[in-house]
Design a protein around this ligand. Structure first.
Ligand code: NAG
Ligand code: NAG
Ligand code: NAG
Ligand code: CA
Length: 381
């Protein structure tokens, strides 16, 4: 309505300004008109402000009524009431702008949100809603306190840290040390407990309480054996395997027989059977258990001639399976070494056949095969 009136006045003024006449009376009239116009504009904006404030109050009143809150309706300038958190207390009752309320949690509960909230000029509370969540009840306990000359002295058990309010908070050694690479306190897992911590080992290991390390369980000493049907038990780091080495099947006049659990020998060759005398004299099976990520280079296995017939032995890898990083090297005339030259992350299984050729002068006297299986465990312990 005011706006319309203003528009009419403005139009009048424009009409007059558009006219050519500029008498002093007219000038005076225009001046007065402008003053009226300004007054009206001021009135309008103040009216609009009032209106806004009024509608805000009405809305708040409506909200308060619908909540059935009588205090809000009688003091519309207050902040809404705040309830004390569950398992906690609220200090302070004033809800007018500028006042503060504080929140406390019961013993064994931790405050989340704002500890202190202030009623702001726009009738809202600063900060976030306070809540009390349970700490691990036993991780927080009362301190042992004694009074001496009216001074109170409180102490905590080892593994606890004194906190304000005569409380003892468990020290979480695991998050303090275990998570940082340089200060690990457990080889595998750390579990915090009130006042202490313990190390936990993976399956297949037992905790060595003195060294706080994980020791492999030797499953192969169990009676009766964990391996059945003539299989041989091989203890590994963190586990075991049952193996059953097999001699090569008879082929082209070459036959092997098992002379022990780990060894096959070639049976004597028929006269005139060339392929037989070329075949290895013996095959032996070797199973090695190593940890993951061993430092390298590392000698895994040393091979020597069973009976030194020839002048020298030559060692070569003839077959390999997943065995990158395994090398053979001559460590003397009658000795060879199987070397791990690359760090391997387990679990992994590496296999090589190393041939040892015995010779005297230029003459090859015989060949022997070492079939070596290396089991790399999952963990570096
Ligand atoms: C109230 O004022 C504070 C700061 O003064 C502001 O952060 C908050 O958003 C305001 N709330 C409302 C509902 O206007
Ligand atoms: C409470 O203890 C459990 C294990 O018992 C743990 O997983 C959790 O992180 C602990 N919570 C706190 C707040 O310390
Ligand atoms: C097997 O031996 C016989 C003689 O005993 C020979 O005639 C035959 O050629 C040999 N076979 C092979 C594949 O060497
Ligand atoms: Ca084991």
């Amino acid at each position: 309505m005011l706006k319309h009136l203003l528009l009419v006045l403005l139009s009048l003024q424009l009409l007059r300004a558009g006219a050519a006449q500029t008498c002093p009376e007219q000038k005076e009239a225009i001046k007065i008109l402008r003053q009226v116009q300004k007054l009206l504009a001021d009135h309008e904006s103040s009216y609009l402000r009032e209106l806004k404030s009024l509608s805000r109050r009405l809305a708040r009143l409506g909200g308060a009524v619908s909540r059935g809150d009588s205090t809000a309706s009688s003091f519309p300038e207050n902040c809404p009431p705040l309830k004390p958190p569950r398992h906690g207390r609220k200090l302070g009752v004033q809800k007018t702008p500028g006042h503060q309320v504080h929140f406390l949690c019961d013993l064994g509960y931790q405050l989340t949100g704002s500890e202190t909230r202030t009623c702001l000029e726009n009738q809202t509370w600063s900060g976030q809603a306070a809540a009390c969540t349970a700490t691990n009840a036993s991780s927080l306990r009362p301190a042992k306190c004694s009074s001496f000359h009216s001074a109170q002295q409180c102490t905590c058990d080892p593994g606890f840290l004194i906190q304000p309010g005569a409380l003892c908070q468990d020290i979480d050694e695991c998050s303090l040390y275990q998570d940082k690479p340089g200060s690990k306190i457990c080889v595998h897992e750390c579990v915090n407990s009130p006042g202490s911590y313990r190390c936990v080992c993976p399956r297949g290991y037992v905790l060595d309480p003195v060294q706080n390390s994980c020791q492999d369980i030797d499953e192969c000493v169990a009676e009766p054996s964990v391996c059945t049907g003539g299989h041989i038990c091989i203890n590994l780091f963190g586990s075991f395997v049952c193996v059953h080495p097999e001699c090569p099947k008879p082929k082209a006049n070459v036959t092997y027989i098992k002379t022990s659990g780990h060894q096959c020998e070639r049976t004597p060759c028929l006269v005139g059977s060339g392929s037989c005398s070329e075949a290895p004299h013996s095959i032996s099976f070797h199973y090695l258990a190593v940890q993951s990520q061993l430092s390298v280079p590392r000698v895994l296995f040393t091979m020597t001639a069973p009976q030194s017939l020839g002048d020298s032995q030559r060692f070569t890898i003839t077959k390999e399976k997943g065995a990158r990083g395994l090398q053979v090297r001559q460590a003397g005339r009658h000795r060879g070494e199987l070397v791990l030259s690359r760090s391997v992350s387990g679990p992994a299984e590496l296999q090589v056949d190393v041939e040892m050729a015995e010779s005297s002068g230029q003459k090859l006297l015989g060949r022997h095969i070492f079939t070596v299986t290396v089991y790399v465990s999952q963990y570096p312990f």
